[in-house]
Design a protein around this ligand. Structure first.
Ligand SMILES: Cc1cc2nc3c(=O)[nH]c(=O)nc-3n(C[C@H](O)[C@H](O)[C@H](O)COP(=O)(O)O)c2cc1C
Length: 497
């Protein structure tokens, strides 16, 4: 039942347009539907339940629902939520949870930092992000290169609900002058001494790396991040070209280190088979920690009328950096590999790539990240996602009695083992819940054409059963079941023959 309500809520909430100054909340005085739905959108069910102080009156709900441009059935969402959490049992102790952590000894009030990009590219933006609760910013990469950008420069791959699944950009570095950017650092540090400024830099030779590193240090940065990873550079031998060559990574890390006494992070490119090699080289060159991942070289699609890949800049396009939810599994892979590496483990890992909500962030932390950086979700939803990132993480920690983030950094690493260490002698067979099964037959089709022909479809009743002789326990059927009617049996020895 709980699964069903959760599904209903998810489906309804996915229609929400996440409006600015939402009309629903203006009509509803005894609850803040926009905030509650936003919490649900970002997987904060406990927090959302805690936000309903009382069920709004019918009249208010009617007006709120009528005003909603996304046509969300707000009344039903609130009722399902109350069924799911009847006691409004929220969040006891969550307010007192301490989210503080650090990057190489530099204290952060929470693990969330804007990653280097357009989202942290001037004083006003960083200042607003700080006011809203972000612990730090990694400022848009600063260089001595004369930057000209293309227009348009983005394209998105969307899920059926319209949200971005993946995002491609062909942007390079900051196009503000060095002095302008340094002045932002000075002003930010003066106004927000407790917040963390990470200065992302990129040089074209050792002199430039050392020079930029010195300049940002003098201007008040707390950490230096070396951009060895932008895949969009016009100039050959910069950006991800550097990150693919451990020897150059080492030399440039040494140069950046010569210019500063601050901790240095080396930001890695995922456009490489084994990230551990350049990461080890960066540490050998004196870097204190690793940031990953930058964007993945991609083509997000081709316009089939004009025959030009996206985005089209006067009829031409280029490979560009892919980011957002689609890259999270790849980012998690790189973070976990580095966290398990004998040379790299123990150094700070700043994880990024597809983080939108507290669960995504938590997964990075469980696989070894000590801080989290975010761009694409901020571009899609705004700085306000910080509310649900911090709240969700607080609730998780309160429920588990964790006192410090450091207690669970890397806690999932031991269960991620080598291919030959996964047990292959027992099986979890599917169990079909007849009541929940709606007879759609999706499990039958998938098993017949993509599995082991173990699902039997009974034409007369529209129900399914399992042919135990054919079933190998792959659980494809439960993954495709839209009614969540298939679960796993207890683990049993593999039936042979
Ligand atoms: C529009 C855009 C501009 C970016 N610019 C930079 C940059 O200047 N320097 C840098 O190190 N990374 C840059 N990135 C990469 C992000 O910092 C981040 O590594 C990547 O997008 C993955 O995180 P995400 O999925 O949260 O966006 C940029 C990403 C985007 C989408």
């Amino acid at each position: 039942m709980r699964g069903k309500q959760t599904d209903l809520i998810r489906k309804e909430v996915s229609k929400c347009l996440l409006c600015h100054n939402a009309k629903c909340s203006r009509f509803c005085h005894s609850a803040d539907p926009a905030r509650i739905i936003r919490a649900l959108y970002f997987l904060n069910t406990d927090a959302a339940a805690d936000m309903i102080k009382e069920m709004p009156e019918d009249e208010q709900l009617e007006e709120a629902c009528a005003a909603c441009p996304g046509k969300v059935d707000i009344r039903s969402v609130l009722s399902w939520l109350l069924e799911l959490k009847p006691n409004l049992e929220g969040v006891s102790g969550a307010d007192n949870v301490d989210l503080s952590c650090d990057i190489c000894g530099v204290p952060l009030e929470n693990p969330f930092v804007l990653s280097s990009s357009v989202v942290a590219s001037n004083y006003e933006m960083c200042s607003r992000a700080f006011e809203m609760g972000w612990a730090g910013v990694c400022f848009k990469t600063i260089s001595l290169i004369d930057i000209h950008e293309a227009s348009p420069r983005f394209s998105a791959v969307r899920s059926p609900s319209g949200k971005w699944y993946g995002f491609k950009n062909i942007e390079q570095l900051s196009d503000h002058s060095l002095e302008e950017n340094l002045e932002c650092f000075r002003r930010l540090k003066e106004k927000y001494p407790e917040k963390v400024i990470i200065a992302s830099i990129m040089g074209r030779n050792e002199e430039e790396w050392e020079y930029l590193s010195r300049k940002v240090t003098e201007a008040g940065a707390d950490v230096v991040e070396c951009n060895f990873s932008c895949p969009n550079m016009e100039a050959k031998g910069t950006g991800s070209d550097v990150g693919q060559d451990p020897e150059t990574v080492k030399r440039y890390s040494e140069a950046a280190k010569r210019g500063t006494h601050l901790p240095v992070l080396a930001k890695m490119t995922p456009n490489i088979t084994d990230m551990r090699l350049p990461a080890r080289a960066a540490l050998e060159g004196g870097a204190d920690g690793i940031a990953a991942i930058n964007t993945i070289k991609s083509v997000t699609g081709v316009n089939i009328d004009t025959l030009v890949p996206q985005p089209s800049v006067r009829g031409r396009s280029m490979l560009g950096g892919y980011s957002g939810p689609a890259v999270k599994p790849i980012a998690l892979r790189f973070i976990s590999e580095m966290a398990k590496d004998d040379v790299i483990k123990g150094h700070h890992l700043s994880g990024m790539g597809g983080v939108e909500n507290w669960r995504d962030a938590l997964e990075f932390i469980l696989l070894g990240a000590g801080s989290i950086q975010i761009t694409t979700a901020v571009m899609e939803y705004g700085y306000r996602i910080i509310d649900d990132l911090t709240l969700g993480l607080r609730i998780y920690m309160a429920q588990r009695d964790y006192r410090r983030i450091s207690e669970f950094v890397g806690a999932a690493l031991d269960s991620l083992v080598e291919n030959d260490e996964v047990e292959r002698d027992t099986v979890v067979y599917p169990v079909i819940n007849e009541e929940l099964c709606n007879g759609c037959g999706r499990c039958y089709i998938s098993c017949r054409d993509g599995g082991h022909q173990a699902v039997i479809f009974h034409e007369d009743t529209g129900k399914v059963s399992i042919n135990g002789k054919n079933c190998v326990g792959c659980q494809l059927c439960s993954l495709v079941c839209p009614a969540r009617a298939i679960t796993g049996s207890r683990r049993v020895p593999l039936r042979k023959g």
